[in-house]
Design a protein around this ligand. Sequence first.
Ligand code: CO
Length: 215
Amino acid sequence: MGNTELELGFQKILDGNKEWVDFVSNDTTGRFEQLAKGQSPEVLWIGCADSRVPANELTGKKPGEVFVHRNIANMVIHSDMSMLAVLDYSVNVLKVKQIIIAGHYGCGGVAASLSRNQYGIIDNWLCHIKDVYRLHSAEIDAIENTEDKANKLVELNVKEQVFNLCTTSIIQNAWKERNDLAVHGMVINIGTGELIDLDTTFTSNDELGEVFSYK
Ligand code: CO
C-alpha cells in the first residue's frame, strides 16, 4: 500500500459493488434468490477478452442467462483445456442451445497477428490467427487499407473458430443426442454496439465434411 491512486481505484470497485448490492436488495422479483440456487443459461458466449465487448450487455441478457468464456481474440484451440472444460460443462450439463462465437472489429489480437512484431509469450497464441491468415492470404492481401485488412481477418477468424468448435468431439457428440444446438459466428461493431451475424451457423455435423465429421 502507500499508492493513493491504486487504493482509490480499488475503493471504486468496492463502491461499485455497494451500488450493485443496493440494486439486488431492492429487487422485488425474487430472481436473485432464484439465481443463488442455480443457473440454467441458454447461451454460451465465446468472445474476446477485450474490455469493450461484454457478453450480457451486447445481447440484452441478465445474470444467469449467458455462460461466458473469453480469451484473446475469441479463439477455439482444440488443446485449450480451459475452453474444452467450459464447452463440455455448458453443452452437456447446462444444455445450452445457442453458442455464439463473437469477434469484434478493431481487435488488437487480430491486428497484432498481421504484424511481424514480437509481443512476448502471446505470439504463440496469436500464431493460431496467423494460421487463419495463411488460409485466406490472397483475399486479405488484396485489401490495401491496414484497418480493413484486419477487420476482414476478424470476420474470417470468427468463421474459422466456429468451424473449430463444431469439429470438437463435444459438439459432434451433442448433435448425435439432440437437435436443439446451434453454433453461430458474429462480429461486434463497438462504435455502434451492433452484433452482426456472419451467417455461418451450424446445427449438425452434416455440414463439416467427411474428414472432420466423426462416425
Ligand atoms: Co479483441
